[in-house]
Design a protein around this ligand. Sequence first.
Ligand SMILES: [Mg+2]
Length: 260
Amino acid sequence: MAPCSPRFKAIAMDLDGTVYNGSKAVQGAAEAVAELRATGLEVLFCTNNSTKTGKQISDKLCRMGIPCTADMIYTSGDAAADCIRKMGSPRTYVMGSDVLKHSISAVSEITNVPEDAKALAVGFDPTVDYEKITFGVRAALATEKIVFCNEDAVFKKEDGKIYPGPGAVTAAIRACSKREPDAVAGKPSVYMMNSIENRTGLEAEEILVVGDSFDTDIMFAKNCGTVGILVGEKVPGIFAANNISEIPQLALKFGTSDCL
Ligand SMILES: [Mg+2]
């Protein structure tokens, strides 16, 4: 069989649970990213966290020995802003972090009056309370468009314990407004991939997805028509790696010798 030409030009690498756990780098992460880059692959980082800017995340990666710039980072907040822009930049009520408000304000006018909103953007907010939900529900009932950053149900912190994710808030908005979102921007949605395609000029099938969550990362790859590698867990029929250190070898194998 004739060898395939390299299929992948970039990797969309998940961050939390794959490259780092909270403030700690995963062992071997810096070396693995360097190896991937040495093979010619562009390494992009892709996170459903909408509470940090690309710059904050790239600074953190640099501190962990992974040279990086903000334009290599894709967050669900950026993807939500792209969605709002594609919807014609309607006046938006933002329920979420200040970082998300900043991202949305780059593409659309922000209103603090829920009833005046033409769009509602919802992201993670660990300080959410009854008043914030009240305003969010009023906006959901008044707006034409609803965009969720992502609906992750739970996440783990450095203490190893489970905490509710943005799904806790999006479930409240769905239940109380009886409305469905027009777009869920982050992984596993194709909107996140559209943001990557727009910024890099690559096609989804040229991008290998790597991450530690089947529901988020592997479903992201499947929804976008590309290949995903699940890190740290084995699921029948899914390419798996025990940890990030195994990714360079797998990526090389997929890219140069296997016609997938
Ligand atoms: Mg993860």
